[in-house]
Write a protein that binds this ligand. Structure first.
Ligand code: SF4
Ligand code: SF4
Length: 338
């Protein structure tokens, strides 16, 4: 299908036509922009300017009840419930790629129906990154500010309008349902999009050469560098909670005398309790071991298990760390070790 144009002043009309879906979009709340469910697009302006966090919770909720139970057995199993399809509108290309990194984890030998049902029932409508953010380094991870990987539609902001490209059958369906808001794009629109894509890629200032990093990690498990890298870290967990590829979780049974529910919550490998055994022993007792594990997980274990780095280079863990722990600097340090 050829490209289309959506005038900016028709964006609300476009979103309003998607009422049959559960619509997630970035919304500014105080000083942060978060993905939320939008019920009334006319009165909830979306924020496409800032780097929004937590698109992943639309498919992998921060806290979810998996099922409830009583003495007779399982009562409500959320994996069997039908639900409206999701649209994640305004997702960044790196965040769309992050689902491709998480998918094999939940597909695995024990497929997770909670994640997989939502994943299959979700449409990803991306916004190309015209102006990369200060700590973006997606190009070092095989990504690109205009990457179309994993997206169903992608919008590029031109002056006063969006250039819209259809990338899948799901995307085509959305465009057909909302056809009244679009006009055909011209060759000049397409050229503007190409120029912006080139400029944006060139505007990414932060880079790290990851060639050979997995092999390098094989030999430095006991190196003193981990203590030095973790010296500023307070184990707050922000880097993991805001990371689009982090998926660690904990499960709890919350019970009263005769009934209960099983709840899954995000967890963080940066917390001391994460690996604390019932015996009191903790195999990762200090922040150095936990920071080391986070880097090993993303740049070695994920490669060993799934063949890709567990990072898309969004830079959020750098921008949002309250103590300036800098993943790019840490990776560069690891590369420079003899
Ligand atoms: S955000 Fe920074 S301080 Fe907090 S756990 Fe991560 S590295 Fe440590
Ligand atoms: S840059 Fe940091 S927050 Fe972003 S995907 Fe990589 S590890 Fe996660």
């Amino acid at each position: 299908m050829s490209a289309l144009i959506l005038q900016k002043d028709r964006l609300t009309d476009f979103l309003s036509l998607l009422y049959e879906y559960t619509l997630w979009a970035p919304v500014q709340r105080d000083t942060v922009t978060l993905f939320e469910v939008i019920k009334d697009p006319k009165n909830t302006p979306v924020d496409l300017e800032h780097q929004a966090s937590l698109a992943k919770r639309s498919i992998f909720p921060q806290s979810e009840e998996l099922f409830s139970f009583d003495q007779s057995g399982i009562l409500n199993d959320a994996s069997k419930e039908g639900s409206k399809e999701n649209i994640i509108f305004g997702i960044r290309p790196c965040d769309a790629r992050s689902f491709r990194i998480m998918d094999p984890v939940f597909e695995g030998t024990m497929p997770d129906p909670y994640y997989l049902n939502r994943r299959q029932r979700t449409v990803l409508v991306g916004i190309a990154c015209r102006e990369p953010f200060a700590n973006c380094f997606c190009t070092s991870l095989g990504g690109n500010p205009f990457s179309q990987e994993g997206l169903d539609l992608i919008l590029t902001e031109l002056d006063g309008r969006f250039f819209v490209e259809v990338l899948s059958e799901k995307g085509k369906e959305i465009v057909e349902k909302t056809a009244s808001v679009f006009t055909p794009a011209s060759a000049e629109d397409g050229k503007q999009r190409e120029d912006l894509a080139k400029r944006s890629e060139g505007a990414i200032k932060r880079k790290v050469d990851l060639e050979g990093i997995t092999e390098k990690l094989n030999g430095i498990f006991e190196h003193p560098v981990w203590k030095q890298m973790a010296s500023k870290c307070t184990a707050c967990g922000i880097c993991t909670y805001t990371c689009p590829t982090c998926y660690c979780f904990d499960m709890q049974d919350e019970t009263t005398l005769r009934k209960g529910r099983r709840v899954r919550n995000w967890d963080s490998c940066m917390f001391a309790e994460y690996t604390l055994h019932a015996s009191g022993h903790n195999p990762r007792p200090t922040r150095a071991e936990r920071l080391r594990n986070r880097i090993y997980h993303k740049f070695k274990f994920n490669v060993d298990n799934f063949g890709t780095f567990g990072c898309v280079g969004c830079g959020r863990c750098i921008s949002l760390c309250p103590f300036n722990v800098d993943l790019i600097e840490n990776l560069s340090t690891i590369k420079s070790l003899a």
